[in-house]
Design a protein around this ligand. Structure first.
Ligand code: MG
Length: 376
């Protein structure tokens, strides 16, 4: 029995993680959840799943919850996420907060020896050079809640690293795969992903292919592999989630229906695959197409590779500039094409910081927020 805390339980991944935990109640036990803005759903989750602990960073919201829910321990304030992840009883922390805000609670959880199930890929993008050695130091592990990376981990199991020529991340191509001109696309169009139902930020990231760029950097850290050996291929059906190419030319793939519950279960099971899921792929109706990504139309992917290869503070800037730009696009302040333009301009303006510390990353993040909102 594994005791689990979910950070960001009211997001798309958090909601599905709660469903998995209650579906496999012989394996998982929910200890705590956290929420920030969607307080109505947080209340429903308290009533339905009865977590012992709930973290609510906003003090006045936390106070009113504590008055209402006397049997639940409400943790409040800026430190509440750090407190909930370090509770003695917790085995696994499922991190599904949007963006770089997930970094510090993830680091705290690792320092307390917790296993991490990580949906917030931005953590590895900005701080893979800090997080990976920290996992080793505290003798714990991190499992990605990302369909492509879970797929590649499954493909890699049983093969010696030296026999792997490359890993291949598939991308659906998003809603604009077949659009020649992206200059007039709307927010509503960008929010309609053809295959996946996801949170707003990642849905926009999928439409720009920045999500795939973030995943390339994530893969570099997870699988300790050079950028030359990480390929991206467009696969509109989202049935093949990841592939590896062996030295002898054989390609191993993982196929399943597009359903985040599989990678969530895989991460919470710490890489075990013995739990039965009832979402079998019908191979007779699976149509599989593959094509090269167009990095001219979707330059976010090219910028991600460039930032990843340069290392140091570049991926942090890439990620933060994207977060700010996506937020502006969601508020209708900029156009769709402005997102990758802003990333490029911000990267060009930034001065490299070698091997950034957690504090440097926070400062770079602040610089990006200032720069993007005043500069463009
Ligand atoms: Mg993914």
């Amino acid at each position: 029995m594994k005791n689990i805390v979910i950070l960001g339980s009211t997001g798309r991944i958090g909601i599905q993680a709660l469903e998995i935990i209650s579906q496999f109640s012989d394996k998982f036990n929910l200890i705590g959840i956290s929420g920030y803005t969607n307080l109505n759903l947080l209340e429903q989750q308290i009533l339905q799943y009865k977590p012992k602990y709930v973290a609510i960073p906003n003090n006045s919201d936390a106070k009113s919850f504590q008055v209402k829910y006397k049997d639940t321990k409400i943790l409040s304030g800026k430190e509440s996420l750090n407190e909930i992840v370090s509770l003695e009883a917790v085995d696994i922390v499922c991190v599904s907060i949007v963006g770089i805000a997930a970094l510090l609670p993830t680091v705290t959880a690792i320092r307390h020896g917790k296993v991490i199930a990580l949906a917030s890929k931005e953590v590895l993008v900005a701080a893979g050079h800090i997080v990976m050695p920290l996992l080793e130091k505290h003798k714990t592990r991190l499992y990605p809640i990302d369909s492509e990376h879970a797929a590649i981990a499954m493909c890699l199991s049983g093969f010696n690293k030296t026999s792997v020529n490359s890993i291949i991340l598939t991308a659906s191509g998003g809603p604009f795969l077949y659009y020649k001109d992206l200059s007039a696309v709307t927010l509503e169009q960008a929010l309609k992903h053809p295959n996946w139902v996801m949170g707003k930020k990642i849905t926009i990231d999928s439409a720009t292919l920045v999500n795939k760029g973030l995943e390339v950097i994530e893969a570099k850290w997870l699988f300790d592999i050079s950028y030359d050996k990480i390929k991206v291929i467009i696969h509109p059906q989202s049935i093949v989630h990841g592939m590896i190419e062996l030295n002898n030319g054989a390609v191993i793939s993982q196929m399943s229906n597009p359903d985040m519950k599989m990678p969530i279960l895989y991460a919470l099971s710490e890489g075990a695959v013995n739990s039965r899921m009832d979402n079998q792929l019908d191979m007779t109706s699976a149509k599989l197409e593959f094509m090269e990504p167009d990095v001219l139309r979707f330059k976010g992917l090219r910028l991600a590779y460039e930032s990843g290869r340069k290392g140091h503070s570049w991926p942090t800037v890439f990620n933060c500039a994207n977060e700010v730009a996506v937020d502006m696009f969601l508020k209708r302040e900029i156009s769709f094409m402005d997102i990758s333009n802003i990333i490029e301009e911000t990267l060009n303006r930034h001065e490299e910081v070698k091997n950034p510390s957690l504090d440097d990353i926070r400062q770079i993040d602040n610089w990006v927020v200032e720069n993007v909102s005043h500069g463009c």
